[in-house]
Design a protein around this ligand. Structure first.
Ligand code: GLC
Ligand code: CA
Length: 553
């Protein structure tokens, strides 16, 4: 297999808005990222993904871009960005930006021109169709809730939006538009980016018939998964994009693109894939029914194993590298979803072990490495998350009470990952001298970076994991080694082996918050790492502590 420069990387995701504020306006900024580069590096990562900082009206916190060539003033200036790129490079950190090109903002020049002349050249940069009998062209439901169609006032036309109405979809069928996108990407890549995290790219191709579907909810609408998620023909656009951009700069690209099936994985992310990698979200949302946050599901080891090993084995068969991830800015904190009543050092470090020992490119989301948790709000109106409001409307239509809705928000809102990063125990957790938009989590005095700078902390354990992954002894094995499920008869244990060139590691994870006896066989094994103080080796009958993780040679 041909090795790529990114195979060995570990990525740290920064959500700039809530990372570090340097001018007291309550909003994190580019200078804040610059200030914290040494900290980021100290976690043991070598690449940073920065969520969008382009000019934006911030309806979806920057995932609605009004100018791809400008930094939003709330985050800083282009000079700040250039300085960030330079300093990151000096420290050996690659930088990925977020590429949001399924849609732009309704404030983008292109869209303003389109509204003035829906049938003109800029109208064709978007998806604009005539309504039917005074109604929307079809009944597809947007990801954030409600119809994908929004009427254009004073005309018989509607425009299409996969997400919020302030995020009109770009028409990828238009070659001129595609050219504009590639030029913009190259403009950024030329500045020295390591590559892009590619947002929502799965939606760029739509079923050209735009036919209505049988309704699947009380709102009379239908999910668009079948008609616009990874729709056949999308590969043509993706291949062109790769050749016009990533290939030219040998750039890394990781796509947000769920549901690529095994048969297609090689084409998508194999040695000559359309992208370098895609995120494995297959076990990210096991705690709720599909797109329905108001319908919680209890997660157990069997459910996780099934998804996890399915993706891992499909990736290795296709000589591909998935990006493996526990948390991001769209998810509540991981332990909260999996073990809602047992969130703490043990459950968090056990999950971290699972993620960082997998075959794939591990991502760590800001705050995950210090064990940050969800916030609990007493009033649903305290939430900012635009997606929550769509879920709220649906929950109401499906008959949920206000109390159930609040419970849903406290479990599931994306804001749980978006509260300010907790740096120390001073006012506002050292995030800002001003007032942050989303309140700092109440637990900032006990959970913060400064406190975590000690042996035995979550942070300390994350550093041990990244160091192990980078160690001379295990780097090759942990990067390229094959993966096989192990101890499959143990229902509440997730275990797997990594194997390469006669070397092996066995990873054993107790998925329960209670002791569990397992049988390891008679061969004595060295304990390379554990989230508990342990003996140096083990064999035979072993009693695992609650959420104990073992990495065994
Ligand atoms: C992706 C982003 C999410 C955003 C959406 C629309 O899913 O991760 O935060 O809301 O795309 O751009
Ligand atoms: Ca600021």
């Amino acid at each position: 297999m041909k090795k790529k420069w990114w195979n060995e990387k570990i990525v740290y995701q920064v959500y700039p808005r809530s990372f570090k504020d340097t001018n007291g306006d309550g909003i994190g900024d580019v200078r804040g990222i610059i200030e914290k580069l040494d900290y980021i590096k100290s976690v043991g990562v070598d690449m940073i993904w920065i969520s969008p900082i382009y000019k934006s009206p911030m309806k979806d916190n920057g995932y609605d871009i009004s100018d791809y060539y400008a930094i939003d003033p709330i985050f800083g200036t282009m000079e700040d960005m250039d300085e960030l790129l330079l300093k990151a490079k000096q420290k050996g950190l690659k930088v990925l930006m977020d590429l949001v090109v399924n849609h732009c903002s309704s404030e983008h020049e292109w869209f303003k021109k389109a509204l003035k002349d829906p049938k003109g050249p800029y109208g064709d940069y978007f998806i604009i169709k005539e309504g039917k009998d005074g109604k929307a062209p079809n009944n597809w439901r947007s990801i954030f809730g409600g119809s994908v169609w929004e009427p254009i006032k004073g005309t018989p036309y509607y425009y299409y939006h996969t997400f919020a109405k302030e995020q009109p979809d770009l028409n990828w069928e238009n070659p001129q538009l595609r050219r504009e996108i590639y030029d913009m990407m190259n403009w950024w890549l030329k500045k020295g980016l390591g590559g892009f995290r590619v947002d929502a790219i799965t939606y760029i191709k739509k079923d050209p018939s735009y036919k209505s579907l049988p309704a699947d909810g009380a709102d009379g609408l239908a999910a668009l998964s079948e008609v616009s998620s990874n729709y056949p023909g999308i590969e043509v656009f993706l291949k062109e994009m790769r050749e016009e951009t990533f290939d030219v700069y040998d750039a890394f690209s990781v796509a947000e693109m769920s549901g690529v099936d095994a048969a297609k994985l090689r084409e998508y992310i194999g040695p000559d894939g359309l992208f370098s990698s895609i995120f494995d979200f297959s076990y990210m949302e096991l705690d709720v029914e599909l797109f329905q946050w108001y319908r919680p599901v209890e997660v157990n080891a069997t459910m996780v194993k099934e998804k996890l090993f399915e993706s891992q084995s499909m990736a290795q068969e296709a000589e591909s590298f998935l990006s493996v991830v526990l948390e991001n800015h769209d998810q509540p904190r991981a332990a909260e979803k999996w073990f809602p009543k047992q969130v703490g050092y043990e459950s968090q470090t056990m999950l971290a072990t699972m993620n960082l020992m997998l075959r794939g490119i591990p991502f760590i989301y800001q705050g995950e490495e210090i064990g940050m948790t969800n916030s609990t709000f007493s009033d649903i109106r305290e939430y900012e998350d635009i997606m929550l409001w769509g879920q709220y409307d649906r929950a109401k239509k499906e008959g949920c009470t206000e109390e159930e809705c609040l419970d849903m928000a406290n479990r599931r809102s994306r804001d749980h990952a978006r509260t300010p990063m907790q740096w120390d125990d001073s006012e506002q957790a050292g995030f800002t001298t001003g007032k942050p938009a989303l309140p700092v989590n109440d637990n900032y005095r006990t959970i913060n970076v400064k406190k975590e700078e000690r042996e035995g902390s979550v942070l300390d354990y994350y550093r041990k994991l990244t160091a192990l992954r980078k160690s001379d002894e295990y780097r090759e094995l942990l990067t390229y080694g094959e993966i096989y499920p192990a101890l499959e008869e143990e229902k509440d244990v997730i275990a797997y082996e990594r194997v390469r060139d006669g070397k092996k590691l066995l990873i054993v994870l107790n998925f329960l918050g209670e002791n569990q006896k397992i049988s390891l066989g008679n061969e004595e094994r060295k304990i390379v790492l554990s989230n508990y103080k342990t003996e140096e080796s083990c064999f035979g009958q072993v009693e695992l502590q609650p959420f104990q993780a073992l990495v065994l040679a």
